[in-house]
Design a protein around this ligand. Structure first.
Ligand code: SF4
Length: 354
């Protein structure tokens, strides 16, 4: 049966990254990138553990120098989610990361010093079935492409991506994922649409340099969420100038909002108004906190009044609607009983009984 919100999924070829496969009909995978300095191995490992605990499904780390290749083994020993090495310009670092057991390389083959290097990296990755993500960013387009188009317009981003793809395909390498990011949401969305028409490589979607928490969330919600609703995107990264755990959380929230099946609770709470009887914001926050680690997909409603609450929260699995110093508990639209005293505690108990 067609899932609502996924009826137009553009089916791409499958690419396996360590123990995870993206593309095809696989769920869209949420990823993030560590932001601890590369020379701080212990700090990177600790952060990788935290993002894995937050549910992150693919984690990326910058490997700016050959010395930093030690991060690969250290992180691989600490977490069992696939690890991606982010590499610029230096094919030796890519080869060393492949030797060290990395699961995927993010690198643009046009920037690693010539075709001999591309050939070497492609052969090394092919031998170990390691995919390469080509990551085109509006801010770092090739000079010639920029000169041709005059600005990092969607066509320019696509041309750059396809140029990097052609370098790998020339050496018979097609284990490819592509991203084509811009901080400009309409431009980024159009670029992904064009790219999706041009090839069947799975797409890593994201808005780059999206900004601080608030604006980053809005831009990512629109850009990533908008593309997901059009069926585009096989893995996503929300870029925030903030902790990567927050990127992971935001990634799942965007997926959920776009109608994808995501485990864990979704809190539906009303905006409150003159009829509000209970502290909705406080209760919703507490419920969210108390359900951290709850894995089943469930919609929990916290509504301010009994007049409109249950009706407005019709799609919730369980919820409460506020009355005077009490709350009405409802489960799948049915009124169950009145809760008094520790309303949050009783609601959470009921959720665990479902
Ligand atoms: Fe107002 Fe009740 Fe609607 Fe909340 S559920 S916004 S309190 S009418």
């Amino acid at each position: 049966m067609r899932k609502e919100g996924q009826n137009m999924r553009k089916v791409k070829r499958e690419v396996t990254i360590g123990n995870l496969t993206i593309g095809g009909h696989n769920p869209v995978a949420v990823q993030t990138m560590l932001n601890v300095r590369a020379d701080d191995v212990a700090g990177n490992v600790a952060q990788a553990v935290r993002v894995a605990e937050a549910g992150c499904q693919i984690v990326r780390v910058s490997v700016p120098t050959l010395e930093d290749v030690r991060l690969i083994e250290a992180i691989k020993n600490a977490v069992d989610i696939p690890l991606v090495a982010d590499i610029h310009f230096n094919h030796r670092i890519a080869l060393a990361c492949v030797d060290a057991g990395v699961d995927k390389i993010r690198l643009n083959p046009g920037n690693i010093g010539g075709e001999d290097h591309v050939k070497e990296v492609a052969a090394a990755c092919k031998a170990k079935n390691i995919p390469i993500r080509i990551g085109v960013n509006a801010g770092s387009l090739e000079k010639e492409v920029l000169a041709k188009y005059g600005a990092p317009v969607p066509e320019a981003l696509v041309e750059s991506a396809m140029y990097h793809v052609s370098l790998l395909e020339k050496y018979d390498f097609d284990n490819i994922v592509i991203s084509i990011k811009s901080s400009n949401v309409p431009r980024m969305m159009e670029a992904y649409r064009l790219l999706s028409e041009r090839c069947d490589y799975p797409l890593h979607v994201g808005v780059t340099e999206a900004g601080t928490y608030r604006m980053g969330l809005i831009k990512s919600g629109m850009g990533i969420g908008g593309l997901l609703m059009e069926g585009i995107g096989d893995t996503l990264r929300v870029s925030l100038t903030d902790e990567p755990e927050k990127e992971v959380q935001a990634g799942f929230d965007i997926l959920r909002a776009a109608g994808h099946a995501v485990g864990g609770p979704e809190i539906i709470s009303c905006p409150t108004c003159g009829r509000t009887n209970i502290p909705v914001a406080k209760i919703a926050d507490e419920v969210e906190q108390r359900l951290k680690g709850y894995k089943k997909p469930i919609k929990v409603a916290v509504m301010g009044c009994v007049v409109n609450g249950p009706g407005e929260a019709r799609e919730a699995d369980i919820g409460i609607a506020g009355g005077k110093d009490e709350a009405l508990l409802f489960i799948r639209g049915e009124k169950i009983r009145i809760l008094r005293g520790d309303i949050v505690g009783q609601l959470v108990d009921e959720i665990y009984k479902l």
